[in-house]
Design a protein around this ligand. Structure first.
Ligand code: PBG
Length: 326
């Protein structure tokens, strides 16, 4: 049936009709707020390339997390800035490391909040790579040992979900084994499965002081040109025991999110990364775009593509805007 019998505009006529036929609805339940924790007391330091995002000391982080949880956001993702970096990133898996301390504080002061920890070495190593470096190369299997030690130390501190972002082969299996052997059978794994070697991480590397000191991450993160390979990465992580898989970044990779949706029923997370955030903030600050409408459109498009969960620095704003919409 075609025009004039069919008229697509009939179901766009009023706001209430549009509401009835809307296919995708963003919910505060979908949001995960990434946060950065640093040493010190009463620290709240804005990250210059990410307006509205801060480094918090543990005490300030707890306060902020309370506010985040109060907005209805169910979960945060935690990144740590260590006091010292070394060759093997030892603060990443130290019992009293910054993330471990933050998790303990959050779990005792804001118990309902789901605490997800980013599991990686790059913020903690002097060379800034996500694994162990030998003769100028990131070696896979030795990295697994430190990555799984890091995940286990987060679980011991009380993390609900650990999120390996290193892109070493076999890390999900190694983490699952380390957790299960020690009785942490209920700690979930959210795997950064299809994580691309992306220029969109630029502002984050300032935020986490985690830029590689030599070379780049192309020998472990995925080539942005590849689509089928993402399916392979996701399938492997699922076979190794991932509870949630992730696509990262989100916006230039909506096709990957959509592909992922067709091959698995586990929850899919998408990371709306730092560069995606900073571009919006910069354009909004210049008055070139309507920030609120742009952010809601971006987040809705990520969900429409097939994501269940969205990691986003816009989470606090979005939570308010979702509430006001109702
Ligand atoms: C650590 C890690 C990165 C991000 C999350 N975990 C940086 C990287 O891989 O270089 C990026 C997050 C963002 O850009 O918002 N491996």
């Amino acid at each position: 049936m075609t025009f004039p019998i069919t008229r697509q505009r009939r179901l766009r006529a009023t706001d209430n009709i549009r509401r009835m036929v809307r296919e995708t609805e963003l919910s505060v339940n979908d949001l995960i707020y990434p946060m950065f924790v640093t040493h010190g007391l009463d620290v709240k330091l804005q990250i210059p390339s990410m307006p509205g995002v801060f480094h918090f000391s543990v005490d300030a982080l707890v306060q902020e997390a309370r506010e985040v949880y109060g907005l209805g956001i169910p979960a945060i993702l935690l990144f740590g800035l260590p006091a010292n970096k070394d060759e093997l990133g030892s603060e990443a898996y130290a019992r009293d490391g910054i993330v471990q301390r933050a998790v303990r504080a959050l779990k005792s002061k804001v118990p309902g909040l789901v605490v997800i920890t980013d599991v990686c070495l790059c913020e903690y190593t002097s060379h800034g790579h996500c694994g162990v470096v030998e003769e100028g190369k990131v070696v896979n299997d030795k990295s697994l040992e430190l990555i799984s030690r890091t995940a286990l130390s987060h679980a011991e501190a009380g993390a609900d979900i650990v999120a390996p972002s290193d892109m070493m082969d076999g890390r999900v299996a190694a983490i699952r084994e380390a957790l299960d052997e020690t009785g942490y059978t209920d700690t979930a794994i959210m795997a950064y499965s299809a994580k691309y070697a992306s220029a969109f991480y630029g502002p984050f590397r300032d935020a986490a002081d985690s830029a590689p000191q030599f070379g780049d991450r192309k020998s472990y993160q995925m080539d942005p040109a590849n689509r089928r390979e993402a399916i392979r990465e996701i399938t492997l992580d699922l076979e190794e025991g991932a509870d949630i898989i992730m696509v990262k970044p989100a916006l230039s990779y909506l096709d990957i999110i959509s592909d992922a949706r067709t091959i698995t029923d586990v929850p899919i997370a998408a990371y709306n990364v730092s560069g995606e955030y900073s571009m919006v903030k910069a354009a909004a600050a210049n008055g070139w775009i309507d920030e609120r409408r742009i952010v809601m459109e971006i987040l809705t498009s990520i969900k429409r593509a097939g994501a269940d969960l969205i990691l986003t620095y816009h989470a606090k704003d979005a939570a308010l805007w979702i509430r006001e919409r109702q």
